[in-house]
Design a protein around this ligand. Structure first.
Ligand SMILES: [Zn+2]
Ligand SMILES: [Zn+2]
Length: 318
């Protein structure tokens, strides 16, 4: 099973401003001129060497990820990143009206919903689009996204066949070979993360989550979300200082995710839902702080794990 990140930003899309882009171009041109690649004028090799698109810039689309197995695909949430996934799908069966798409919705804040009206497969006759949620408002909310004056095309005019499925909390449901068990997260409005098992691997989706409950005792019936996990996708919107200022905002920090991963022996962690106020440099500072924290904590445990910060386009084997 593989995870693909289509949108890693939280709250609202955060594209570069022209001034930020200019500063980036200036920095990389200056680095290029001082690099060994300058002599051969090999710009392509320089770009490959710098890995600019592999964790140095964190992208602007809001939250949307996809789990990919040998036999199927499950999308989680419909943030603005879903638009790009829709474009990819249109090159396959969805473009011919023969596609079947499965989307699990954690909750309905705008950053998890705003890509749905721009998901092209919903407009193609013959496609079957399945939405899943624990929240009984699922159908009402998706229909609202296609309602004037928010969007010009009414839900009744969508050409695809749309199905709504309410999932039971803390019980597993089989979707396309993925065993999906929703667990409650700590968020201002009800938000359901999920433990998803497929091909012998388990994935924990822990976004949006303030992680007010951390101890095993406090997590109680939601503790299994963190247990026997190969990869945890964890809300790390804030650095520790911001976290203390933003109590009840519904988001967490990588340090808390690290503590949980050490305790529950999680094998890989991807930190995500980046603050739209944070520049690439600020997120890279969080990465450095996280590295220090990992080094500090490691000697007191017998567990080791891989971790990284998510960026749009990241693909990782679970
Ligand atoms: Zn969110
Ligand atoms: Zn939210």
């Amino acid at each position: 099973m593989k995870l693909k990140v289509w949108g890693s930003r939280g709250s609202i899309p955060a594209p570069f401003t022209p001034l930020e882009l200019e500063a980036k171009v200036e920095k990389y041109l200056s680095d290029f001129c001082r690099s060994p690649f300058y002599v051969s004028q090999d710009t392509k090799a320089f770009i490959e060497h710098e890995k600019i698109s592999k964790g140095k810039t964190f992208g602007g689309n809001t939250t949307c990820v996809e789990l990919i197995s040998k036999n199927g695909s499950l999308i989680i949430d419909g943030g603005s990143g879903l638009r790009l996934k829709g474009n990819e799908l249109m090159a396959g069966p969805c473009g011919k009206g023969q596609g079947e798409v499965h989307i699990y919705m954690t909750h309905f804040h705008w950053d998890h919903l705003m890509g749905i009206p721009f998901f092209v497969p919903v407009f193609i006759p013959g496609n079957q689009i399945h939405f899943y949620s624990v929240d009984p408002m699922l159908e009402e909310v998706i229909k609202l996204a296609f309602t004037k004056p928010y969007f010009p095309v009414p839900f009744s005019a969508l050409a695809s066949k749309i199905h709504f499925h309410q999932l039971p909390a803390r019980e597993s449901t089989l979707i396309q070979g993925f065993e999906v068990t929703p667990y409650k997260l700590d968020h201002p409005d009800a938000c359901w993360g999920a433990k998803i098992t497929c091909e012998g691997k388990s994935y924990a989706h822990v976004v949006d989550n303030e992680a007010k409950r951390v101890s095993r005792k406090d997590l109680a019936e939601d503790l299994p979300l963190y247990q026997d996990i190969d990869l945890m996708y964890f809300d790390a919107q804030y650095g520790f200082d911001d976290l203390l200022k933003k109590i009840d905002w519904g988001h967490s920090s990588s340090f808390i995710g690290m503590d949980i991963a050490f305790r529950e022996k999680i094998k890989k962690v991807v930190f995500t839902h980046h603050d739209p106020m944070a520049s690439d440099e600020q997120i890279l500072k969080l990465v450095r702080n996280n590295k220090e924290y990992f080094k500090m904590q490691k000697p007191s445990t017998d567990h080791d794990f891989d971790w990284c910060f998510a960026y749009d386009g990241l693909e990782i084997e679970i």
